[in-house]
Design a protein around this ligand. Structure first.
Ligand code: ZN
Length: 447
C-alpha cells in the first residue's frame, strides 16, 4: 500500500491535510518524491476538499498569528524517506496556532520520533470553532457584511445576538454545511446540528434549486424546483422568525427560531451563487442540452432522472479530474474576488472592508420580504445562464447513477472566464451580505 493511503483514509478530525512538500524532498530521491507527493495530493483531493500546500499553510499560519483566524489542526503526511526532523523543526516555530499530527504514526515511531501533537489551548475545546471547509470563505464573508451593517440597527442586532447566543452571523453562516457531516466542515456535527438534520430530512435540498438555465425566472412547480428548495426554505425561515409559523410548512421542514436564523445566514449566501439556482440538463444520451420544462412536459418530475439527465447543479461538469464547475464557483471565484480587491492571506475581515467600501449597486429589494427570495432567484438566472454557456462542454462520460442515466462532462473554461467569474462573485457576495442584513432588519424591525 502506498505510504500516503493509510494517512488519507484514516479520518481523524483536522482542518487541513498537507502532503509532504517537494521543497524538502531529499535530493537523491527527488523524482520519486515529487511523484509520490503528486499522488498523495490528488488522493487527498479526491477524498477531502481541504488539502493544502506548504505556501498556503504558511499563509494560514500567519493569519492565525495575526488573530484573524482561529487555531487549526493540521495533518502532515510524511513519506517514509522524509527527513522528518527538518520538518519538525520547521513546524516547531509554528507551535502556538497549529496543532500538528504527523502521519504515518508507524514511521514516526520507528524513527524515534514521537507523534507530535501540540496540545490545543484549552479554550478551543469549549468554544465551537468555525469550520474551514472550502466554500466557507464566501459564507463567512456574507455573514460578516451583515454583522457590520447590523451595528447601525440596534434592535435587529439585539435580536440576532439573543437568538444566536452571542455568536456572530459570520460564524453561524457555516453551520448549515457543518450539519451535513464531517466532509463538509471537517469536524463532526454538534448535537444541535444533529437535531436539525433529524427534524429536517430534506436539509441537503435547502441549499439550491436547479432551474434550467434556459428559463429567465424562478417559478415554483416548474422543473428543478421543490417545495423545500433554496427559495422556499428562505420564505419558511422568514415566517418562523416573524412568529408566523405556517400550518403547512414545506414537507419535512421543521426549524426552530435559532435554526431559521442560521439557515438564513447560510442560504442567503447560497442563493447568490449562480450554480445554486440555475442548472444545465441534457437529453438521455448526454449530448444535447435540453430544458426539461419543454422536453419533459407532462412526465413525472419533468423526465429528470429518466429521459433527461441532470448535471447536479454543475457538480457533474468537471474542469479537472477533481474539480467541478460548481466547486469552482463555490470557492475559486471567491478567492479570485479577494484577489481583485488586493486581499492577502485570505483575510475575510479585510475582504469585507474592501467590499463595503464600494457597496454594490442594485442590492435593494422591493416589496414584501416574502417575495424577496423569488426575486433574487429570478435575478440570478441570466448570470447562471452565462456561467454555463460560457464554458466549453466536452464529450460526456456515462456513469452509473443510483436512479437512471448519469454522465460527467469535461468542460474547459474559455479565455476571460476566470475574470468574469471573479468579478461577478465579488458583486454577488456583497449583494448577499447587504440583503441578509436588510432582511433581518425587515424581519426584526418591521421595515
Ligand atoms: Zn450551502
Amino acid at each position: 500500500m502506498p505510504w500516503y493511503r493509510e494517512a488519507i483514509s484514516a479520518a481523524v478530525s483536522f482542518d487541513f491535510m498537507i502532503c509532504l512538500p517537494t521543497a524538502v524532498c531529499e535530493q537523491a530521491a527527488y523524482e520519486a518524491c515529487v511523484k509520490a507527493y503528486d499522488e498523495c495530493t490528488s488522493a487527498c483531493d479526491r477524498r477531502y476538499r481541504n488539502c493544502s500546500t506548504l505556501t498556503s499553510v504558511r499563509r494560514l499560519y500567519k493569519a492565525v498569528r495575526a488573530g484573524a483566524m482561529k487555531p487549526l489542526t493540521l495533518r502532515v503526511v510524511l513519506p517514509p524517506e522524509h527527513p522528518a526532523q527538518r520538518t519538525r523543526r520547521f513546524w516547531q516555530a509554528a507551535s502556538d496556532g497549529l496543532t500538528i499530527v504527523y502521519y504515518p504514526a508507524r514511521y514516526a515511531m520507528s524513527h524515534h520520533i514521537r507523534i507530535f501533537i501540540l496540545v490545543i489551548a484549552s479554550t478551543l475545546l469549549v468554544v465551537p470553532r468555525p469550520a474551514w471547509p472550502w466554500g466557507s470563505d464566501g459564507h463567512q464573508t456574507v455573514g460578516m457584511i451583515a454583522d457590520r451593517l447590523l451595528q447601525q440597527h440596534p434592535t435587529a442586532r439585539a435580536r440576532v445576538n439573543q437568538i444566536l447566543g452571542g455568536v456572530s452571523l459570520s460564524d453561524a453562516a457555516v453551520w448549515a454545511d457543518c450539519a451535513k457531516g464531517f466532509r463538509y466542515c471537517h469536524r463532526d456535527p454538534t448535537p444541535e446540528e444533529q437535531a436539525y438534520t433529524h427534524r429536517n430530512p430534506n436539509h441537503h435540498d435547502y441549499h439550491y434549486a436547479d432551474v434550467p438555465v434556459q428559463q429567465n425566472a424562478y417559478s415554483p412547480g416548474t422543473a428543478g424546483t421543490k417545495p423545500y428548495d433554496v427559495v422556499q426554505i428562505i420564505r419558511y425561515s422568514i415566517q418562523v422568525l416573524r412568529g408566523q409559523r405556517p400550518n403547512n410548512p414545506p414537507s419535512g421542514a421543521d426549524l426552530t427560531e435559532k435554526e431559521a436564523l442560521w439557515v438564513l445566514a447560510h442560504i442567503v449566501g447560497d442563493i447568490h451563487q449562480p450554480l445554486h439556482v440555475g442548472a444545465a440538463y441534457f437529453d438521455h444520451q448526454c449530448v444535447h442540452m435540453v430544458d426539461p420544462n419543454v422536453v419533459g412536459a407532462g412526465k413525472p418530475n419533468f423526465g429528470i432522472g429518466t429521459s433527461v439527465v441532470d448535471t447536479t447543479g454543475g457538480n457533474d461538469l468537471m474542469i479537472s479530474q477533481t474539480k467541478s464547475l460548481h466547486a469552482y464557483w463555490d470557492d475559486s471565484t471567491v478567492l479570485g474576488a479577494m484577489r481583485l480587491d488586493g486581499v492577502r492571506n485570505k483575510l475575510i475581515a479585510d475582504f469585507v472592508t474592501a467590499l463595503m467600501r464600494r457597496p454594490p449597486t442594485g442590492w435593494e429589494t422591493r416589496g414584501d420580504v416574502d417575495t424577496w427570495p423569488t426575486q433574487w432567484a429570478s435575478e440570478i438566472m441570466p448570470l447562471a445562464n452565462q456561467a454555463i454557456m460560457d464554458v466549453e462542454i466536452g464529450e460526456a462520460t456515462p456513469s452509473q447513477g443510483d436512479r437512471g442515466p448519469k454522465c460527467t462532462w469535461s468542460v474547459t473554461l474559455e479565455r476571460d472566464y476566470t475574470n468574469f467569474g471573479n468579478q461577478r462573485a465579488n458583486v454577488q457576495l456583497a449583494k448577499a451580505g447587504y440583503r441578509l442584513a436588510a432582511l433581518l432588519v425587515a424581519i426584526f424591525e418591521g421595515r
